[in-house]
Each structure stands twice: as C-alpha cells, then as structure tokens.
Design a protein around this ligand. Structure first.
Ligand code: ADP
Ligand code: MG
Length: 365
C-alpha cells in the first residue's frame, strides 16, 4: 500500500488533491489540479459552467477516477477506495430523492443499508428532521415538498450516516432566487452547527462569497486562484478572476483616463462599478479637480439602484447610483471619476492601481 508522508512544516490538510488530471476522450476536464482543504472548512469551487467543478467533486467522492494524481482524505490516498467506503455525503443539484419514499424513509435509507438498529435509525432521523427544520414533514413524499424543502431533505439524507466530508454540487441552482438566498444563510449556519468539512460547487459568485470560508476559482479545468472571499474579490490575481468577479467592465487603455496617465499607453484594465463615481454636472465631489466629462450612453434600472453607462475616451465605463439620486438622463453630460482599476500586467497578473489623485484608499469591501 502507498503511504503519504507529510513533510515537516507542511500545513495539514483534510482533503488534498495532488496533480490531478482527468480527460474525457481528448477533452481535459481537470488539468493538473492541486489544492488542500483544512478540516472543518466550508469551501466553494467557483467557476463558469464547464470549467470542471463537478468533475473535481465527483473524483473526490469516488464517482469518477482521475487519470493520474492523488486524492487524499485525512492523509490517506483514497484513489482505490470505492465511493461507498469514503465516508462522504453528497448533495446533488436535482435533489435525487427517492420519489416513492417518504421524507423519513429517504433520510433513513443510508442507515438501513448500513444496518443500523431500528431504534438508532428512529433517533437519528428525528435529530436530522429537527436540524433541517422539517419535524412535521416526515410522512410527506418528495412531490409534496417545495424545492427548498426537498434540498433540506437531501442535505439531511447526506448527513445521516455521520460522514466526515460533505460535498454539494450546485445545491441551490434549481431553487428560486428568494428562497436560494435564505437557504445560503441556512446552509452556512447548519454546517457550522454540525462542524463538517464541506465543499460546494457553484457558478454564482455571490453565493460563494456569502457562504464560503475559502473559494477555489476554476477555469478551463485549472485552478485559477485560491483564497478567502475577500482575497478573491478584492485581489483577483489573474485576468480571468478579475473579469469573473464583480460586474466589471473591460477598458482597452486605462492610460487615457485622468489619474492613470502615469501608466503605460495601451494598458488594459477592468474597472468595477463600485470604484466609479458618476456625477451630475456641478455636483459636489471631493476630487472634483480630477473628474472628466463623458456622455451617458445607457441607463439600466436595477431595483434599488441604477447602472449608468458612460462613453468616455472611446470606451464605456459603468457606475451605480442610488435610485433616490437618479435624475440623470441618456445623452446627458456627466462627470466621471475612477477610484481604482485592475490592470493587466505582462505576466498575466493583475495589479490594483489607484487613481493618482486619491491618496487614501476609499474603497472598502
Ligand atoms: P462544471 O461542473 O464546472 O460545469 P464539469 O466538471 O461538469 O464542469 O465538466 C467539465 C467539462 O468536462 C465539460 O466540458 C463537460 O462537457 C466535460 N464532461 C464532464 N463529464 C463528462 C463525461 N462524463 N463525458 C464527457 N465529457 C464530460
Ligand atoms: Mg457542474
């Protein structure tokens, strides 16, 4: 049997992927994946559809085998251990509940297979129904539940046999926006309560930011960046992450903008709307000496705020204003100030550059 020795000084990871590759025919779904997850953490795999998130999750679960590389759980290589013996709970996007079983029987299913005693099963299912706030619904069938309730049953079923690791693949993707928001908070609290190491897949950056301790950004079968939500959002390291996070707009030449003239001509950047100030003509502003004029090209109503797109130096910059302040019209001349931009360095790195006229950082996440 293979043995894995942890080097002295190396941080101990509960789940570890080492040089994992996986191809479907000639398509590389995982391209040399490396990361580690500490015990008790809730980690998000975040990336666009097709970037290889589910493939990673399924390999950890043992539902798929890597072509090469090692997967370690609790310091043991698990490559050859079948899914059923890995001690993992799995929650799927489509619930995958047993349609002809009640909520109670769905949750009890794995325990019966594991030959738990009848009384222990009863006790455990009761515990779980309480945990997921479905005490009253044990006798219902999946068809009699809402999407959010179904997903809580799936969650309870996954947790029933006391797994050491919980994997969730886009658990809320099929649920409507309002409930999804509530479920996120619920998931975070419940996972904290149970204290289980969890990895969840999502393509929704807000979901990852709100729920995860740490985010692993995936792109094109590769790990693009790993960090806390603050790090990933505030300090994207690569063009991909900079373009993926937030609602940025890409600028072909940031050097044309006031406060950024010191940068090299032709330097590309992304600018986030929260780092842009759009002002009506004559409106008071702290840095009014360094504003510049643009023309409003488009206005989008976004509920509590409006997004204003301004044509300036042949490029489009967007910023947000509160609805109450909204008196700007299409075609109007407005003033624009860019606080900071994420610039594209030659080595495929991103660097935040502040407007030369701002001495202190105004941008607080
Ligand atoms: P994600 O979960 O990020 O959307 P996946 O891991 O499901 O991405 O898929 C990554 C890539 O691998 C996609 O291009 C997908 O079409 C391909 N892929 C995934 N599973 C299979 C499979 N069983 N057979 C062939 N191609 C697959
Ligand atoms: Mg997927």
């Amino acid at each position: 049997k293979q043995k894995y020795n942890i080097c002295k000084g190396e941080k101990i990871m509960y789940v570890e992927l080492k040089n994992i590759n996986k191809s479907y025919n000639s398509y590389k779904a995982s391209d040399n994946i490396n990361f580690g997850i500490k015990k008790g953490k809730l980690v998000a795999l975040l990336g666009p559809s097709g970037s290889g998130k589910s493939t990673i999750l399924r390999m950890i679960a043992g539902l798929e085998n890597p072509d090469d590389g090692h997967i370690l759980i609790d310091k043991k290589i698990v490559n050859d251990i079948p899914a059923s013996k890995r001690g993992i709970g799995f929650v799927f996007q489509n619930y995958a509940l047993f349609r002809y079983m009640t909520v109670y029987d769905n949750i009890a299913f794995g325990l019966k297979i594991a030959k738990w005693k009848k009384n222990d099963i009863k006790k455990r299912v009761k515990e779980l129904l309480e945990l997921v706030n479905l005490e009253e619904l044990g006798k219902r069938y999946p068809s009699e539940l809402s999407g959010g309730q179904k997903q809580r049953v799936a969650f309870a079923r996954a947790l029933a046999p006391n797994p050491e690791l919980l994997l969730l693949d886009e658990p809320f993707a099929a649920i409507d926006a309002k409930v999804r928001q509530e479920l996120r908070n619920w998931l975070r609290k419940t996972i904290d309560k149970v204290g289980i190491t969890s990895i969840f897949v999502t393509h929704d950056q807000e979901e990852a930011i709100e729920v995860a301790d740490e985010i692993i950004v995936t792109n094109n079968g590769k790990v693009e960046q790993i960090g806390t939500p603050r790090e990933i959002y505030g300090n994207p390291e690569t063009p991909f992450t900079a373009e993926f996070m937030g609602q940025p707009i890409k600028v072909e030449n940031i050097n044309k903008f006031r406060g950024f003239h010191h940068l090299r001509n032709g330097l590309k950047a992304v600018v986030r709307p929260e780092n842009v100030r759009i002002l009506k003509n004559g409106e008071y502003f702290k840095y009014s000496v360094s504003i510049e004029e643009g023309i409003v090209e488009d206005i989008l109503f976004r509920g509590k705020e409006v997004e204003i797109r301004v044509k300036i130096h042949g490029e489009v910059i967007k910023g947000l204003r509160r609805l109450e302040d909204f008196s700007i019209e299409k075609g109007e001349k407005v003033n624009v100030f860019i606080y900071s931009a994420y610039t594209y360095e030659n080595n495929n790195k991103i660097i935040i550059v502040e407007n030369d006229n701002v001495k202190s950082i105004d941008f607080v996440l």
